[in-house]
Design a protein around this ligand. Structure first.
Ligand code: CFN
Ligand code: HCA
Length: 528
């Protein structure tokens, strides 16, 4: 596989040895190739990953709008996890704590003599000003190093102020990426909040939405559709979410899992503890939204609900049909690269495909192997046009997997029978020659641009500017730059409009960048 070799061959021996396991070029699609993931980045490499604190405070806990979250640490961590992710929330009784950034702002003397006193004072102030029912403390790196006992402080605060106070030891250096922080946050929410409410059992078609963070208003659009069909949303984890609703999440009948990476732990724990089933859904992309809604109806098995689902799908699609046709005409045949954190790089491929855009390179910052390789039996079934409905178990050359080879028709039938919680991963759904890269870095990004020349390259803050300077249309797929929602039916149109604008805007033709006409560095060579 040529492109893979051309990238890897440029590395020195040690980096080559590490990176070769993380760079896959798809062969024999639908492929069940394996990939190395969720391991330590090469020290010093320009990775796009974040830290454990980012995953816990920034991602999973941060969107809770009625919780006063105090970042215990120097001010930078609190400040940089405030607002940039664009997780939006509707105020409750005119209040929305997301507008505030609360931090102990640790200074050198606190590092030397301990920060617990300051943390107690911060909680006292937060309680005095905001009167929250719940306070959360999130530790940053130095707190773990100096050994502040944040759990003891949380216990003290619960007594002192008669509130719920949870401590999360999510120091940035724990684990290898944001992913460890997701797990820590999931454990805390599950242990201390879910199930602590006393609401009566929820209505008949009641669901929780897990792993949806209301970036750019996505949750609002998803909730709009679900409510139209007649679903009752008990709690969303955690976009536009709240302590108050999450307490009663155990009363729902079904958990819908949007981002599997950040929240599978809660889905599994709620299954064990409350016997609530979960299904994998995806509200990004028209085909994916329709499939998810149908899967939900199938789960509940109610004829009226199924009829309402079909009626809403038909109505929503007819409302946007003209826009979809218009943008498909502008976008079809284009190619894209997409590199985001742990689930969007897969989900957005569906939305791009709706408009005829093929994803040729993709990867995650910190996903685990199941996000790439799939979960359950689906990834191990392969359709083969020549197969005459005969199922056979076939050992792959790498001797790691058995795979069932079936005809196309049987493949479609089997897909209907497969449990709704099973899904194919990213690799399974990409085509021959496409690249899948784990924990991609800036060097690889530039090489991929050179080798594949995609029309779009979707990514994040850290690499956005190298892409733009290379003249490639890029949108920030973490926060949608300043736009959104991109989920659901109406979100699909917003997305198509934004990327089509990026492609068709003539402005770059009018600008000559200074480095094309002037030297950017001047100097004189002197000989000693
Ligand atoms: S909103 Fe989610 S969808 S939660 Fe996760 S894995 Fe991050 S913050 Mo950035 S955009 Fe990204 Fe996913 Fe799930 Fe967001 S792809 S990196 S930790 N993510
Ligand atoms: C995080 C949050 C982030 C960062 C985005 C980026 C987000 O992981 O700390 O690095 O481009 O979505 O805001 O993923």
């Amino acid at each position: 596989m040529e492109e893979r070799t051309r990238i890897l061959d440029q590395y020195g021996a040690r980096v080559y040895k590490n990176r070769k396991e993380h760079v896959v070029q798809v062969e024999n699609a639908p492929s069940n190739q394996s990939i190395a993931a969720n391991s330590r980045s090469v020290p010093g490499i320009m990775t796009n990953r974040g830290c454990c604190y980012a995953g816990c405070k920034g991602v999973v806990l941060g969107p809770l709008k009625d919780v006063a979250i105090i970042t215990h640490g120097p001010i930078g961590c609190g400040f940089y996890s405030w607002g940039t992710r664009r997780n939006k929330a509707t105020p409750v009784d005119g209040r929305n704590f997301l507008e505030y950034c609360l931090s102990t702002d640790l200074q050198e003397p606190d590092i030397v003599f301990g920060g617990e006193k300051k943390l107690k004072q911060a909680i006292r102030e937060a309680v005095g000003i905001f009167h929250p029912k719940c306070v959360m403390i999130c530790s940053t790196c130095p707190v773990g190093l100096i050994g502040d006992d944040i759990q003891a402080v949380a216990d003290w605060a619960q007594q002192e102020f008669s509130i719920k106070c949870l401590a999360f030891s999510c120091e940035g250096y724990k684990g290898v990426s944001q992913s460890a922080g997701h797990h820590i946050a999931n454990n805390g929410l599950m242990k201390y909040i879910v199930g602590s409410g006393d609401a009566p059992p929820a209505k008949r078609f009641s669901v929780n939405i897990l792993g949806e963070y209301n970036i750019g208003g996505d949750e609002w659009e998803i909730a709009r559709i679900l409510k139209r069909i007649g679903y009752d949303i008990v709690a969303t984890f955690t976009g536009n979410g709240s302590y108050e609703t999450m307490k009663n999440a155990h009363t729902a009948s079904l958990n819908l899992v949007q981002c599997h990476r950040s929240i599978n732990y809660i889905a599994e724990m709620m299954k064990d503890k409350y016997n609530i089933d979960w299904i994998k859904i995806n509200f990004i992309g028209l085909g994916a939204v329709c499939k998810s809604l149908r899967d939900m109806a199938k789960y509940f098995g109610d004829p009226d609900l199924t009829a309402r689902t079909e009626a809403v799908i038909a109505d929503e699609l007819s409302e946007i049909q003209d826009d979809i046709d218009y943008y498909r005409e502008k976008l079809k045949g284009k190619t894209a690269g997409i590199f985001v954190g742990g689930s969007r790089s897969h989900h957005y491929q569906n939305l791009l495909a709706d408009f005829g855009v093929h994803t040729v390179i993709a990867g995650y910052e910190f996903a685990h192997r199941d996000d790439y390789e799939g979960r359950g039996i689906l990834p191990n079934i392969k359709e083969d046009a020549d197969s005459k409905n005969i199922e056979q178990l076939h050992m792959q050359p790498d001797e790691k997997h058995y795979r069932m080879i079936v005809s196309k028709e049987r493949f479609e039938d089997l897909k209907q029978e497969i449990p709704l919680a099973d899904y194919g991963g990213m690799i399974h759904e990409m085509n021959d020659g496409n690249m899948v890269i784990d924990d991609f870095n800036h060097f690889e990004t530039l090489e991929l641009l050179r080798l594949f020349k995609p029309d779009f390259f979707f990514s994040g803050i850290k690499d956005k500017y190298i892409l733009q300077k290379a003249g490639v249309v890029s949108r920030q797929m973490h926060s949608y730059d300043y736009s959104g929602p991109y989920a659901g039916f109406r979100g699909a149109v917003n997305f198509a409009r934004d990327i089509s604008m990026g492609l068709n805007v003539p402005v770059w033709g009018y600008v000559t960048p200074p480095w094309k006409t002037e030297p950017t560095l001047t100097g004189r060579l002197t000989h000693p």
